[in-house]
Design a protein. Sequence first.
Length: 462
Amino acid sequence: MALVTPVQRLVLVIAVLGSFVAFLDGSVVTVALPAIREELGGGLAAQQWVIDGYLLSLSALILLAGSLSDLLGRRRVLALGLWGFGAASALIALAPTIELLVAGRVLQGVAGALLVPSSLALITQTFSGPAQAVAIGRWTAWTSGAFIAGPLLGGLFVDLGSWRWAFAINLLPVAATLLALARLRRTDSDGDERMPGARLDWPGAVLGAAGLAGTVVALIEQGSLGWTHPLVLIPLIGGVLALIGFVVRQATAAQPMVPLELFRSRNVAFGNLATLFVYGALGIGTLVVALYLQEVGGWSATAAGLATLPVTVLNIALAPIAGRLHGRFGPRWFMAGGPAIAAVGFLLMTGAGERPDYWLGLLPGIVLFGIGLGLTVTPLTAAVLGGAPTGRAGIVSAVNNAVARVAGLITVALLGVITGAAVFDAEGFRRTAAATAVLLLIGAIVSAVGIENPRRRASDAR
């Protein structure tokens, strides 16, 4: 279904560009780590924090960002996130030390938390009916493509220039999105929807951020320090207690940041549970393919990035189609069938040997993974947002994105547990591919059992 108005077209461009940089920087650094380590040093722990510092701050603050999006307006929060992301990207590109680079990545995560919920909420505010499903499909295709294409772009920058360009290049889409936002304000000056009379739940925001940060830090550090170390045990206990306090606060507050009644919707509740398993699988699955090709096969960063290009192409091609079909048939069987197909892809990859055989050993599985992902992500996103009450799309989007980011962060943090002592060899890859397939299958089962296809309404025909 074609987009109806120039304002809708402009909103979709803004939403895609605004989220693109956040998704891209979540994965572009994967193949750049060896070059960063060679230039700035810092050891393995510092390299882990180059990735985890970004994901940690993004995960901890994304719920607060979604609430701010509903409270202050999507466009204002999006603009604030863009300015912050651009400034943090410049800091990273110029960083003279690994410590300053990690600080910049943490700041990037703070700004990135403002981008995704407000972008998706801007779409749900502007589109309705089947047109909304198509718009979400296009947003999903391009933003998911950015996440998956990150290793390829990072590899090109590393091999052809410098890892610093992988971050400096963010300034171009940031500037383009800010210009598009300025144009939107001139075209549609009264369209920044806010919830009337809403207030920010500061105690809930602090408890939620502290709970996510504490538990995630513990998961990251337990691999090197052990579960009984004070630097693991204290954040873990504090994080768990903060999360319990967060749930109690949301159940008792007059205006909670995350109203628990949102989860009375089956699609919100089961959609987020499916997200936990699907995005947990995505987090480790794409990472270990790149690591296997580079560390075991000796491939260059660019070649390792090119290896997963079929996933990007298939996702961009299939996501809008899945969006249209989801609008017609509902999300349930797309969310069940897609992860199952992707799981078969990773099961095929468990046959990989000591020397990577890309064409026969990896490519068939990579193609199936791309097909499954392309069929899954748009219906999943649309199902969760479709269960949101009027005016609460921002916080529902934030919850879903927080679940997705935390899922990936947890699985990456537990990678050593999955692989045993062999993280970077063929046996470690085979174990991780099998674990990825299991996570995808669980996501498929959750979707088949829990997701409901909404009844079509007459208003959807417009």
